[in-house]
Ligand binder design. Structure first.
Ligand SMILES: Nc1ncnc2c1ncn2[C@@H]1O[C@H](COP(=O)(O)OP(=O)(O)OP(=O)(O)O)[C@@H](O)[C@H]1O
Length: 296
């Protein structure tokens, strides 16, 4: 069964394009990744799903109900973590969470205690004293405390340290095993690859690809930046999968797509002083992807 169905969604902010003619659906029980660079329209789509803003054209159904007419009913079974969280600064964490829980017809005390312990969130602290990462944790507990059927997360990992990110991903996987559907928006390809079953890629307000993650998983991209000594890089730069080579004095940079074990022997032979390997930005991955598509 489809838990979310988006049909021809278009949203304009005055003359500004938010999203255009977006159609896709999310099945109940999946972890669905929604990725795109900044400004692609992810938050716009999510805000229309939640009826926080009205679409210019098109419609959305959630749980088989109309997102506008049945917004209040739908909201009872959605957990939402916005990209930016704002709180009453004077409140203590525990008070704020109890206040959030009071909107639901359920007893959420046990779940608040479990989630706070797992995320190491101190309920007795004042909101104004919390770091950005701890505020994010408050948002996570707030989104999950009522045991919602659909969890919508807008860039949830920003501000969480790597260990906490891991715990959070584990928690999401557990929720998913308990049958919850997760809609996970991000601009980081590798985290979507780790977690999601299917992924929709958004760019400039349009859906450019929707695929099983297994089909995307092989496409691991890395940006290499090499500090070189005197000598030839010819053999290294001839390795298949290397593109976007730039050189400046002794610094050579490129994007490599493929198996690490294939490039390592060539790196070992190359005259290197230092090396940095990073995940390229989504824009760089997209560029790569579009060029490939254009060649077809
Ligand atoms: N309130 C607004 N008024 C005018 N334009 C807006 C408004 N909100 C979003 N936009 C525009 O709509 C487009 C999509 O923005 P949106 O925030 O949905 O993208 P996003 O993919 O969520 O990116 P980000 O991660 O930066 O939030 C952008 O061009 C943005 O400038």
């Amino acid at each position: 069964m489809n838990i979310i169905e988006i049909n021809g969604l278009t949203k304009y902010y005055g003359k500004h394009r938010g999203v255009e003619d977006l159609s896709f659906s999310v099945k109940e029980g999946e972890i669905f990744g929604f990725i795109g660079p900044n400004g692609a329209g992810k938050s716009t789509t999510i805000r229309t799903m939640l009826n926080l803003i009205a679409p210019t054209k098109g419609s959305i159904e959630i749980f088989g109900k109309d997102s506008r007419k049945d917004a209040a009913l739908i909201a009872e079974d959605i957990g939402y973590l916005p990209s930016e969280v704002y709180y009453y600064e004077e409140m203590k964490v525990g008070e704020l969470l109890a206040y959030s829980a009071s909107f639901y017809k359920k007893d959420c005390k046990k779940r608040i205690a479990e989630l706070s312990e797992l995320l190491e969130l101190d309920l007795s602290r004042k909101i104004e004293d919390l770091s950005y990462g701890n505020r994010k944790k408050v948002g996570i507990v707030q989104g999950l405390l009522h045991d919602p059927r659909l969890i919508i997360l807008d860039e949830p990992t920003s501000g969480l340290d790597p260990l906490m990110q891991q715990k959070f991903f584990h928690l999401l996987k557990e929720e998913n095993e308990r049958g919850k559907t997760i809609f996970f928006s991000s601009h980081i390809l590798s985290e979507v690859q780790k977690l999601c079953h299917r992924v929709a890629i958004l760019r400039e307000g349009h859906l450019v690809k929707l695929d099983e993650i297994n089909n995307l998983r092989d496409e691991s991209y890395r940006r290499f930046t090499l500090e070189t000594k005197e000598g030839s890089l010819e053999e290294l730069l001839a390795v298949e999968g290397i593109t976007h080579v730039t050189r400046e004095n002794h610094t050579v940079s490129f994007i490599y797509k493929g198996d690490m074990s294939r490039i390592l022997p060539f790196l070992a032979q190359a005259p290197l002083r230092d090396m940095l390997i990073e995940e390229p930005s989504l824009e760089e991955v997209f560029l790569h992807y579009y060029e490939k598509e254009d060649q077809k």
